[in-house]
Ligand binder design. Structure first.
Ligand code: UT7
Length: 323
């Protein structure tokens, strides 16, 4: 018997307000055509005033628990991947814990920016495999609209708000690649690239700050590193691109998604794409895409799913799992 951490439920939440590209034409010198052709984004959701990351996370968590058919009291741990916490502390995860009425277990945040969900999944897998938890709620939740510099057309048109969540559960496998659950993970970071993607606020400035990005440089690293990390994870699992049913990539830019699929030699018919509707929701983008992909009837039980993401740090990684 081999212990595996398998997805038992998935869910998401998107704030009501949908912002089409055209709305940005009144704010900065841009066009719907430019945003669509350079990023693939057509619209994104923005949280309402007073709606915080923990609110989005709690809604997604509730949906994932309903999908799993379990009660919050059956969860041992909550991990929230976010770079937009309501407050510097306590963690968004403990806020979700309280909102779900949980008085047991433990909860903490993971901060690896757009790669956050891949890092959180990997941590949840380790908690389950080491026997420290049986069921872990893994959430990606962001309100990136709060970090935008509304004068910077190179960034403000790209990001959105939302949350997605999965319930991971300890499951018995046979120890081969037919097992349901996480089969391999690959994490990387390189702090030398701090200056190409960061927020210029924090305890050093006393402000929340705004997102700053050298888009072209980040793009170049993404194209190079995403296929590489996905291949590493597949190698570790003893699988190849041909075994992949679905790539569920971080949704930053359709050109990055297409470039990575091409390098992996996986046709776009086997890639879950939501960037047109959500924009870049950072750590929320992969669980959102998993939930939407399942709801669309794309991802089915037994499918081999590869997630891959890169973000500020730089931090990047991949998780290979059988749904
Ligand atoms: O999730 C974390 C990781 N983030 C990413 O993966 C994002 C990676 N980067 C990208 O997705 C792309 O680099 C962008 C979508 C941000 C930009 O696309 P690009 O093809 O790299 O464009 P660019 O930055 O080279 O800009 C091309 C031109 C520039 O004008 P000049 O200098 O050629 O005259 C920009 O000033 O487009 C201009 N531009 C815009 N024009 C209209 C930049 N933003 C806009 C805009 N509307 N919103």
């Amino acid at each position: 018997m081999t212990l595996r951490a398998a997805v038992r439920g998935v869910g998401h939440y998107l704030p009501d307000r949908v912002v089409p590209n055209a709305e940005f034409e009144a704010i900065v010198e841009t066009s719907d055509e430019w945003i669509r052709s350079r990023s693939g984004i057509e619209r994104r959701h923005f949280a309402a005033e007073g709606q915080a990351t923990s609110d989005l996370a709690t809604r997604a968590a509730t949906a994932a628990l309903a999908d799993a058919g379990i009660d919050a009291s059956e969860i041992d741990a909550i991990i929230v991947a976010t770079s937009t916490p309501d407050l510097t502390f306590p963690s968004v995860a403990t806020m979700v814990q309280a909102a779900l009425g949980m008085t047991k277990g433990f909860a903490f945040d993971v901060q690896a920016v757009c790669a956050g969900f891949v890092f959180a999944l990997t941590n949840a897998n380790a908690l389950i495999l080491s026997g420290q938890a049986t069921r872990v709620l893994v959430i990606g939740a962001e309100t990136f609209s709060r970090l935008m510099n509304w004068k910077d057309r190179g960034t403000c048109v790209l990001f959105g708000d939302g949350a997605g969540a999965v319930v991971l559960e300890a499951t018995e496998g046979a120890g081969n690649t037919a097992d349901r659950g996480i089969l391999a993970t690959d994490l990387n970071s390189d702090g030398r690239y701090k200056d190409i993607l960061y927020v210029d606020g924090g305890t050093s400035t006393g402000t929340t700050g705004h997102l700053v990005m050298e888009g072209k440089e980040v793009f170049r690293h993404a194209i190079e590193k995403l296929a590489e990390t996905a291949h590493h994870a597949l190698d570790k699992a003893g699988l190849t691109s041909e075994d992949v049913d679905w790539i569920v990539p971080h949704q930053a830019n359709i050109r990055i998604i297409e470039g990575t699929a091409k390098r992996m030699q996986v046709p776009m018919e086997r890639v879950v794409v939501t960037v047109q509707d959500h924009g870049n929701t950072s750590a929320a983008s992969i669980p959102l895409a998993l939930s939407v992909g399942k709801a669309r009837g794309q991802i089915k039980s037994g499918d081999l799913v590869v997630t891959e993401a890169i973000g500020g740090g730089l931090a990047w990684g991949s998780v290979v799992l059988r749904w």
